[in-house]
Design a protein around this ligand. Structure first.
Ligand SMILES: [Zn+2]
Length: 205
């Protein structure tokens, strides 16, 4: 929680900042679930509303699982836009609606994923014009993930990160990056996916 709040503050001061952790998007205001005790992104977003007087915050959730905690917490907020692209047929069973959800079919790979992002994200960036983006860069859409059934390759995940970062840059939004989940059979793959996210953030932002 402290790390993600600090990441948001530094992202606002610089152009962007990456937290080597965070993204506990399944925690609600009154309970934790799905490996998530406390919702760091929701608290950091609230912090930025109150302390930094931000009025346009967007959560771009690219973890394999739907961001049910954030969707529920910000369901009545016009200042926080929640976007989630996820595997439809997976936890959480009940998915409170985000401002925009894309639920992908089992087995969706690079093309389906990137096509869906390209179709929806530029439009919502343009319409909402976020001042700050929280990017939840989950490593679990990876094809060797043990908890998911999406089929992105390492290259596909890098292109996902690149696309989000380039769009944020073009929109002049500050970006706070958090890791989200990742459960590859080989932990080195998960580390590499997160490493690539940091590398892309450095290159593009
Ligand atoms: Zn996940």
């Amino acid at each position: 929680m402290g790390g993600t709040i600090l990441t948001a503050k530094l992202a606002l001061k610089e152009t962007s900042c990456v937290h080597l952790g965070g993204g506990f998007h399944h925690a609600f205001a009154d309970h934790g679930e799905g490996f998530c005790v406390l919702n760091d992104v929701a608290c950091a977003a609230r912090y930025c509303q109150v302390q930094e007087k931000l009025r346009k915050i967007m959560i771009v959730d690219c973890d394999l699982h739907q961001g049910n905690g954030n969707a529920h917490i910000f369901k009545d907020s016009k200042e926080v836009f929640t976007f989630s692209i996820h595997q439809e047929n997976n936890y959480p069973l009940i998915k409170p609606p985000s401002d925009l959800d894309i639920g992908l079919a089992d087995g969706s790979g690079n093309k389906e994923y990137l096509d869906a992002l390209e179709k929806e994200l530029p439009r919502i960036f343009k319409d909402f014009a976020p001042q700050l983006v929280f990017y939840i860069a989950g490593a679990d859409p990876y094809f060797k993930d043990q908890l998911g059934a999406l089929r992105l390759t390492l290259d596909g995940l890098e292109r996902r990160d690149e696309f989000v970062f380039a769009l944020a840059k073009e929109s002049k939004a500050h970006v706070a990056v958090v890791f989200g989940g990742g459960y590859a059979q080989d932990i080195n793959d998960t580390v590499l996916i997160h490493y690539n996210t940091v590398k892309k953030a450095l290159e593009i932002l």
